[in-house]
Design a protein around this ligand. Structure first.
Ligand code: FMN
Length: 352
């Protein structure tokens, strides 16, 4: 529909509800360095985001801070410097918890859209009290990012899951606001863990955390950190799992993060069953203006395909709503491998 001034007016309803929050669209800015600058909160809102996830306060930041306090109390001990060696260089991403809370409060004051605080860690401990402090600063919900790399063969998957569930329960105990849990894709049975997370008090799952695997520097023979931003191919992992989890736990909201770069990615995420789709890499690569472009793309696509609302799309391609649920399961594996024949190239033919 065109207005008299020639601007496009969309009649589609882009609204969604996530963690009990009414959002004007499913486009959310996920936790990233963008929110390190307080002024970026308003810029993200002006660009069209429906909600902002603050960058995380890491367990390590809290630990470093309390070690620092201890060192002041026990001036002259060697222990502090030694203990700090165990922690990674946090550089600017890791300001102290007080500064983090100040930024969070300032961002919350500067915008009208919901702000979701983020805590990132893995052990049950004093650092989880920051969930309550974030709630006191007025965040609308909390995202708990659980990230652990097991290296000990004595530690079972079950033990790690128990720790995760304890952390979820201990955070749930100290806050009243909605709680989402951001996970990695590496679970032997994600549906089972998701059920446990709900029982421990999670209201949402954010799928998935990306791992930033280190690379090898062959000249220096060193293992070096390597941050690679995502592309749309990475969408398919969260897409499959959201499609599988959709509808399994009434009241559990699913958010998609990883690989959202275009409006088609958003549409796929919604159809799988996501309440919101989150973006970081696209905004870091191509600027915040992408939020508005993607929103326009979404509205145009809906108009062309005669969808009236985002809610109408949500879950329409989930495992429970498609004719052939096997597409999401092992059954599909053989079919996909077989389909490679269709792409057969000359490189395949045996030399004559
Ligand atoms: C530079 C950078 C910093 C990030 N910082 C955080 C963080 O503080 N907490 C968090 O939960 N995720 C963090 N993430 C992960 C993003 O929120 C997001 O889940 C991930 O990048 C996948 O989404 P994308 O494909 O849109 O980039 C960060 C990602 C990048 C690239």
């Amino acid at each position: 529909m065109e207005t008299l001034s020639g601007t496009r007016l969309y009649v589609m309803n882009l609204e969604t509800e996530y963690l009990g929050l009414k959002l004007k669209s499913p486009l959310v800015a996920s936790a990233s360095p963008l929110t390190q600058e307080v002024s970026n909160g308003k810029r993200v809102e002006d660009a069209g985001a429906a909600a902002i996830v603050m960058h995380s306060l890491f367990e390590e930041q809290v630990m470093i801070d309390s070690l620092r306090l201890n060192s002041e109390l026990e001036a002259g001990t060697e222990a502090f410097g030694e203990a700090l060696d165990y922690f990674p260089q946090m550089n600017d991403y890791g300001v102290g918890p007080d500064t983090h809370l100040d930024r969070l409060a300032a961002i919350k004051r500067s915008v009208d859209i919901p702000v979701i605080g983020s805590l990132n860690g893995v052990s049950v401990g004093g650092w989880t009290k920051f969930a309550r402090l974030m709630e006191e600063e007025g965040v609308d919900a909390l995202e708990l990012n659980l990230y652990y790399i097991p290296t000990n063969p004595e530690t079972s998957a079950g033990e790690i899951e128990e720790i995760y569930l304890d952390v979820i329960a201990s955070v749930r105990e100290v806050i009243k606001i909605p709680l989402a849990v951001k996970l990695s894709p590496f679970f032997s049975s994600l549906p089972h863990f998701a059920r446990g997370a709900v029982e421990a008090g999670a209201n949402g799952l954010v799928l998935f955390n990306r791992f930033y695997e280190p690379d090898f520097d062959l000249e220096a023979l060193e293992v070096s950190p390597h941050l690679v931003l995502s592309n749309s191919n990475e969408l398919r992992l969260p897409l499959r799992w959201i499609a599988i989890l959709y509808g399994q736990n009434p009241g559990l909201d699913l958010a998609l993060t990883s690989g959202v770069h275009h409006h088609e990615d958003v549409i796929k995420g919604l159809m799988a069953g996501a309440k919101v789709t989150m973006m970081t890499s696209e905004l870091l690569l191509n600027g915040m203006g992408r939020i508005g472009e993607i929103e326009r793309g979404l509205a145009e696509w809906m108009e062309e395909h005669e969808y009236e609302s985002v809610k109408q799309m949500q879950g329409s391609m989930s495992r429970q709503n498609i004719e052939d649920p096997g597409t999401y399961e092992r059954f599909n594996y053989l079919k996909v491998l077989g389909s490679y024949r269709a792409h057969k190239t000359e490189a395949w033919s045996a030399p004559s």
